[in-house]
Design a protein around this ligand. Structure first.
Ligand code: DGL
Length: 266
């Protein structure tokens, strides 16, 4: 069994860990939340790159055989540098699902809700260029949403109000499909449905990311020999007990089936 590192600016990557625990419950995981620095989405690209690299190096030192950069923002800004620095380790990133969205959108009008740093990154825009003009994309930075989710307020009135503001230009443009381009945003699903009902298709890439993780583990199977523990270690740069509380609130996976530890790190 493998030890898998999952990293995000905060609790967003729990949406990926949740899916990983459903598809691959037998492995051990270290979940690293850089909560003291969340949100990343409004920081400079130099800062995001340096910090993401530092944290992935930390996970590599803990002996993770695979690292999932469970953050669209860090993937967009830093995945090449991380792969370059950690050559012996498989690095899996996450990207807004604009390709599947373009394929599935009946009208060819797709909203993309992501962080400012993701939306202005070269990586994201290069992918976008391959899909336009056949599909029209309405890019919307979800400013203010990540701090609410970090504070355990994904279902609050404040989140609903802010979401309504952010979704307005997307709806006005006639989008029938919405890409959740930040790993925090699947936790807004209930609020989005409350506002929009079923009239928009939501695209979230966590299942696809975990399928990729599974393929990677199959490739590495020969070289990984560890005892099965089913252990999850939650690491937070801010407050490990609130990370654990939020993990229990936000995730669907049955955490009782795992042996759990929470620690602070800096
Ligand atoms: N969860 C992250 C993402 O997928 C980052 C959000 C943030 O820290 O701004 O982009």
């Amino acid at each position: 069994m493998a030890l898998i590192g999952v990293f995000d600016s905060g609790v967003g990557g729990l949406s990926i860990l949740d899916e990983a625990l459903c598809q691959l419950p037998e492995h051990d995981y270290i979940y690293l939340a850089d909560s003291i620095n969340a949100p990343y989405g409004e920081k400079s690209s130099e800062w995001i790159t340096a910090r993401s690299l530092e944290l992935c190096q930390y996970l590599a030192k803990q002996d993770c055989q695979v690292i999932v950069v469970a953050c669209n923002t860090a993937t967009a800004q830093a995945i090449e540098q991380i792969r370059h620095a950690l050559k012996g380790i498989a690095i899996i990133g996450v990207e807004p699902g604009i390709k599947p969205a373009a394929m599935h959108s009946p009208k060819g009008i797709v909203g993309v809700l992501a962080t400012e740093a993701t939306l202005k990154s070269d990586k994201f825009n290069a992918l976008l260029d391959t899909l336009t003009p056949e599909c029209q994309f309405i890019k919307q930075a979800g400013a203010g949403l990540v701090p609410l989710i970090e504070a355990g307020q994904a279902d609050s009135e404040a989140a609903l109000e802010l979401l309504a503001e952010h979704l307005e230009p997307i709806l006005n443009a006639g989008a029938d499909t919405l890409v959740l381009g930040c790993t925090h945003f699947p936790f807004l699903r209930r609020s989005i449905r409350k506002l929009l009902g079923e009239r928009i298709t939501l695209i979230d890439t966590s299942e696809a990311v975990v399928r990729q993780l599974k393929r990677q583990l199959e490739l590495q199977q020969q070289t990984i020999e560890r005892e099965h523990h089913g252990k999850i270690t939650f690491l937070s740069s801010k407050d490990e007990s609130s990370l654990l509380t939020l993990a229990k609130e936000l995730m669907h996976a049955d955490l009782h089936l795992h042996s759990i530890q929470a620690r602070a790190f800096s």
